[in-house]
Design a protein around this ligand. Structure first.
Ligand SMILES: [Zn+2]
Ligand SMILES: [Zn+2]
Length: 241
């Protein structure tokens, strides 16, 4: 009997959403029914930030309102899945319910989005760092553990903790765009001990893209130190514009 089936017998697995007992191995903690409710981002997206215009738009406009208002410092950003009830729940489990065990399933979901994975190809994923106080509380950085799971599944990318958070900032949730911007301004520092080529492709990596303040602050710090080939990627993004 295969090892994984023996493990299933000793440590039964259940879907983290509906609680169904799992016998398949597509995902570790997601049943077939729930995983089908995870919707990958579509073809009609904003060229710059990856905002999903949905199915109705036959010809996608080149730019979304969020990008018209903001000066994003990345070349382009892509998100793997749409934000819906299921993906919102997964993010919540990952961040606030000791959801470290879900990292591999996050990576497997993202891997299904081929254009998304194309953006990551040959890149260096730079997880948005957390301050040590928050890591102390949560015990892990959710962006970093998903990035590392992606790295395990794909040979053509690596993860490098190139940024550090210099100060503890309150959570961005509930803040307005301008407040979010002020909250994370100068909150990141590059780790100068890591020596890499300034021309290499960097991908600032986070779980959710909202107004872009956090990712932008990361990109600014990287640009300040001579990097210019900077992209961004997230698991999902809000439709807030
Ligand atoms: Zn389920
Ligand atoms: Zn956009």
């Amino acid at each position: 009997m295969e090892k994984r089936y023996i493990l299933d017998f000793i440590f039964p697995r259940y879907c983290c959403i509906c609680g169904e007992f799992l016998v398949t191995h597509d995902f570790k903690y997601l049943c077939a029914t729930c995983s089908q409710k995870v919707v990958l981002t579509g073809a009609h997206i904003c060229e710059k930030c990856g905002h999903d215009f949905g199915e109705i738009s036959e010809i996608a406009p080149p730019c979304c309102p969020r990008c018209l208002r903001s000066e994003f410092q990345f070349i382009s950003l892509r998100s793997a899945v749409r934000l819906n009830r299921i993906t919102r729940y997964l993010i919540h489990q990952l961040k606030y319910r000791n959801g470290e065990y879900l990292a591999e399933d996050f990576a497997k979901i993202m891997q299904k989005n081929i254009p998304f994975m194309a953006l990551l190809k040959d890149g260096i994923l730079v997880p948005v760092p957390l301050h040590w106080k928050r890591i102390f509380k949560r015990e892990y950085n959710q962006s970093e553990i998903i990035a590392k799971s992606l790295q395990k599944l794909s040979v053509n990318m690596k993860v490098l903790p190139l940024l550090k958070r210099t100060r503890h900032t309150p959570p961005q949730v509930g803040l307005r765009t301008q407040e979010r911007h002020e909250n994370v301004k100068d909150a990141f520092n590059i780790n100068l001990k890591i020596k890499i080529d300034r021309d290499c492709k960097l991908i600032v990596f986070d779980d959710v893209f909202t107004t872009g303040s956090t990712i932008n602050a990361c990109c600014k710090e990287l640009r300040k130190h001579g990097f210019h080939n900077i992209y961004a990627a997230t698991f999902t993004q809000t439709s807030r514009n």
